[in-house]
Design a protein around this ligand. Sequence first.
Ligand code: B12
Ligand code: SF4
Length: 473
Amino acid sequence: MSSRKKIILYNPKTVFFDMPLALLAIGSVIDQKKYEVIIIDARVEENVVELIKQHIHNAICFGVTIITGAPIKDGLYISQKVKQLNPDLPVIWGGWHTSLFPAQPIEDHSFIDITVYGQGEETFKELVDHLVEGIPLDNVKGIAYRNNENVVKNPTRPLLAMDSFGRINYDLINVERYFEKKGKRQFDYISSTGCYFRCAFCADPFVYERNYTAIPAAKMGDDLEYYYQKYKFSDLNFQDETFFTYANRIEEFTKELISRKINISWVATMRADQGERLTYKIWKLCKQSGLRRLLIGVESGSQEMLDWMKKDIKLSQVFFCAEKCNELDISVIFPFIVGFPSETDESVADTIKVIKNLRSHSPNFDTPIFYFNPYPGSAITEEVVNNGYELPSSTEEWGDFDYIGSSGPWVSREKENFFEAFKFYLKLGYGRKREVLFYPLRILAQWRCNNDQYKFPIEKFIIEKIRPMQLSS
Ligand code: B12
Ligand code: SF4
């Protein structure tokens, strides 16, 4: 048995089985000769409390990664449990939610001692050293902590270059278990932090102040070859916000994959303006190296709305990317958002038009439609709050803030019914499933979309009776 002290890191329950990259990132900077890092992911473990009990007696601290919404609830429950089991063990929260609200969780709950905001690697390493040595925390940048009765927020830590950290140690998790849960040998990886852009619905500009750092292509090549040989994955899922920021990095990266014979498919997120800036040669290299699917956020079919939300893309760039992907047989998810507070019917009509246009290009294009919800940390949310909209006012309330699947505050019941019917007919008319049985319904659905006739959705009723369809959006 190892005599090393333990650092327990916890990923709360969420949907999907993406590998816990945040915990892997902070766990990998810890000196494994000195400490043993235990990652407990509530999405893949059966009895997390029992697991915590096995390790807690020899632990230095308990870290939790938190995104806004339901994960907070589980994070609160587990953190309280940990404090009951060992009242002296420091409980540390980090992640997107504490990056937006560093002080509130500590103010609200005596069982949370420290929060980390912004990039976590260096902060966590320093924090662990301070806790072990018993040094006061006043000079650890990027944290908030309880000091007697007060909550102190220390200064921000500047974003550090991502390649200053070592290789991520995926042996901290059971990689095979994620493959099993996903039903494919898909490996998750992130090659950049932050984003240079300023979209008014997004928290990134607030958290990283429009800074960006990325791992150079050669290092990505080294890392990915190592992981490929070790974990034998067949698909690679980039979790970067803007993977294609530097065209030369992408060109080099694709050449790394090809020259090292890393025979995989890969998926990533692209901004339409960055796609337009890629040369045809790089587009082809992407395809050749295995690019199978892109996610290109369009958000709105109205250029006026796009300008209002400071998306800084042109619709022409979206169509440019659509054409390239169609030509090179690359699938695309083009997500849209409807129901912005000030959105007009004309803007919604423009969005519908663009969605129909994209869907008619290729059966490999999907166009999920989300309803705008005022996630914290964005400029639009700030604006609606200034206009009187009330956001949750405690950590607990933020745990209830889960709008996934709901129509958001600015969409009427009538509009919601309309969108749900539209989404259904899009999927039926243009989706990838092409069973002969459904052919007449498919033609009818295309007719409905082309003529904006969504009333009396009798086919929807029939199909949902025969075979409940899972809508992708
Ligand atoms: C994977 C992912 C998910 C996964 C969650 C995986 C998991 N581990 O549980 C799933 C698919 C479930 C998901 C869902 C959603 N997501 Co999401 N997701 C991401 C994504 C793409 C990658 C996260 C990641 O692994 N990053 C890589 C790691 C290394 O970075 P990191 O998480 O920032 O962690 C660093 C620091 O934050 C810090 N840190 C993090 N945790 C901890 C813990 C401790 C103890 C310490 C010390 C430090 C620390 O250190 C890390 C290294 O620097 C991010 C975007 C992004 N690129 O980060 C969006 C993102 C986190 N998601 C976001 C959103 C909006 C959503 C959804 C609402 C989307 C939707 N409409 O469906 C839902 C909400 C889910 C819910 N409430 O249940 C927002 C943030 C929202 C928020 N306020 O928290 C992001 C930032 C995207 C964006 N730009 O808008 N998501
Ligand atoms: S939506 Fe994407 S491009 Fe826009 S600010 Fe957020 S991360 Fe950056």
